[in-house]
Design a binder for this molecule. Structure first.
Ligand SMILES: Nc1ncnc2c1ncn2[C@@H]1O[C@H](COP(=O)(O)OP(=O)(O)O)[C@@H](O)[C@H]1O
Ligand code: SF4
Ligand SMILES: [Mg+2]
Length: 326
């Protein structure tokens, strides 16, 4: 599959926000290689603070990387000039976790959905209204909703508006950053169904950021597992979830309640909190919490080696782990 979006050696360090003057930088993302094919949905999972949102923003060119490259459809975002970036921005959009904070409470939603069309001067004003109606229909809303204000909608409807807004410019790559985690469980499935349907119908490439593995399983072709800003494991979703080959992926999976009580998984409890990204452990960054750690794990960063086609794990003991309990 041809990659639409590619990240190579991507790293992002933030200056420390602490009061200590010579505080260490936050190593939010370190040496990440990632590619998303045309029409492909890739899940990005990991605990809070593991660097998921930062990767999403880097891929969209919203923040510059500290090192590495991002290539969209053959064009390097890091080296692109302002005009090229503007042209590419139209093709990449984001759906935020909390649509309320990204919508202006004082403006009707119709014009807000059309913002991208106006910014990129994609069509004359009178055609925009038609396009807004079409977008509203695509996310299961009515034309009359265009004249209402954000507070007149439920959380689920507001996220539908967030999706409509992201799709207005006809992007081919969308980052959805935990798009349903702020919603009631009862409406999460409906909003996910809208997203899943649109991504197939419009042939979108999707980076779906989530900490909910069952949701990733239902929506994504591939999954990338992140810990402290590094990729621990990646591969076809079904393979990674059925045969997790990194101790961290196993721990994440065991923390996910199984729907089938007979097959309820043995819980692997992780000791302690994640280490600070300002001071990550040497060698394997997971070693301070790994149940299988040995002294050699401190010696070097484990390479992300292939286990089977397209399925990789960064663990020196990946072939020695006990079978996954079912
Ligand atoms: N603008 C910023 N300035 C300083 N630190 C940041 C900034 N944005 C994110 N971070 C830090 O980078 C790390 C990764 O954050 P983030 O990408 O938001 O993780 P996630 O989305 O997985 O929860 C965290 O330690 C976070 O505190
Ligand atoms: S390299 Fe060592 S510490 Fe890291 S995941 Fe593998 S066994 Fe655990
Ligand atoms: Mg986040």
């Amino acid at each position: 599959m041809m990659a639409l979006v590619r990240a190579e050696g991507l790293s992002k360090w933030f200056p420390s926000r602490g009061l200590v003057r010579r505080g260490r930088a936050v190593q939010a993302v370190t040496d990440v290689n990632l590619s998303i094919g045309q029409h492909e949905a890739v899940g990005l999972v990991g605990e809070s603070g593991s660097g998921k949102s930062t990767i999403g923003r880097l891929l969209l060119g919203l923040v510059p990387p500290s090192a590495g490259h991002i290539v969209l459809d053959g064009v390097d975002l890091v080296e692109a000039n302002a005009a090229t970036l503007r042209r590419l921005r139209r093709r990449m959009q984001i759906v935020f976790q909390d649509p309320y904070s990204s919508l202006d409470p004082r403006r009707k939603v119709g014009p807000q959905i059309a913002d991208g069309l106006a910014i990129h001067r994609l069509m004359p004003a009178r055609q925009r209204r038609e396009r807004v109606d079409e977008l509203l229909a695509q996310v299961g809303l009515q034309p009359e909703h265009a004249d209402r204000y954000p507070h007149e909608f439920s959380g689920g409807q507001r996220q539908r508006i967030g999706i409509a807004r992201a799709l207005a410019t006809g992007p081919d790559f969308v980052v959805a950053d935990e798009p349903v985690s702020a919603l009631d469980v009862s409406v999460q499935a409906q909003v996910l169904a809208v997203l899943a349907d649109l991504r197939t119908r419009l042939g979108l490439a999707l980076l779906f950021i989530s900490h909910d593995l069952p949701v990733v399983r239902s929506l994504c072709d591939r999954v990338v597992v992140l810990y402290l800003g590094r990729v621990m494991e990646e591969g076809p979703t079904a393979r990674v979830l059925e045969r997790p080959s990194h101790p961290y992926t196993r721990a994440l999976l065991s923390a996910t309640p199984s729907l089938d009580p007979v097959r309820r998984r043995t819980r692997i409890l992780l000791a302690g909190d994640p280490p600070s990204p300002s001071n990550p452990p040497s060698g394997c960054v997971f070693r301070t919490r790994c149940p299988y750690v040995i002294p050699a794990c401190a010696e070097g960063v484990p390479p992300l080696d292939e286990i089977e086609p397209g399925h990789r794990a960064a663990c020196i003991r990946k072939h020695e782990l006990p079978p996954v309990p079912h």
